[in-house]
Write a new protein. Structure first.
Length: 168
């Protein structure tokens, strides 16, 4: 979906603290792109857990056969999106949100797999209207919703943070 540039990927990955034990990271993507590869390298070098999730699609087996990365099938209709009851410090999402049928349920399940204080980052096409997604995330109890719009050439990023108990 996104055309990642290696230098931009490295810049973005700098938000993940190094030498910090027990970081759990989740990446929901349609393919094994350069971001997945660089994220995997970082996780392996730091001993972090990476759950690389690819929606069950007709190309899943082809993707799995053409990568050395450990990927998992992702199903939108699962009760929970996490693996082994894990909650994540960072969740990266680079799927096309407009193709998700039950988007409200998707956001709710995504919120549930974030640790308190965890970040979720959405990769969006340059023509995507960030305001609508910002409002949706705030409505879904995310805080610190901030666009990272002009840093990257081929895409925008919207960052949000889970802070449990702020909207009770």
């Amino acid at each position: 979906m996104k055309n990642f540039i290696k230098e931009e990927v490295q810049e973005l990955l700098s938000i993940i603290p190094k030498n910090h034990p027990l970081q759990d990271i989740y990446y929901l993507t349609n393919n094994c792109d350069i971001f997945a590869e660089e994220l995997n390298k970082l996780c392996q070098s730091q001993g972090y857990i990476l759950d690389l999730m690819i929606p069950d699609c007709k190309d899943f087996e082809k993707i799995a056969d053409n990568t050395e990365l450990r990927i998992h099938k992702f199903y939108y209709n699962k009760n929970r999106y996490n693996r082994q009851s894990r909650v994540y410090d960072f969740v990266f999402v680079s799927i096309d949100l407009e193709k998700i049928e039950k988007i409200d349920i998707f956001y709710k399940k995504l919120y549930a797999i974030n640790k308190n204080g965890g970040k979720v980052l959405f990769f969006l096409n340059n023509n995507h209207d960030l305001r609508e997604l910002e409002e949706t995330l705030i409505e879904k109890n995310y805080v610190a919703v901030n666009p990272i719009a002009d840093t990257f050439k081929n895409y925008k990023i919207l960052s949000a943070q889970k802070m449990h108990g702020w909207d009770n």
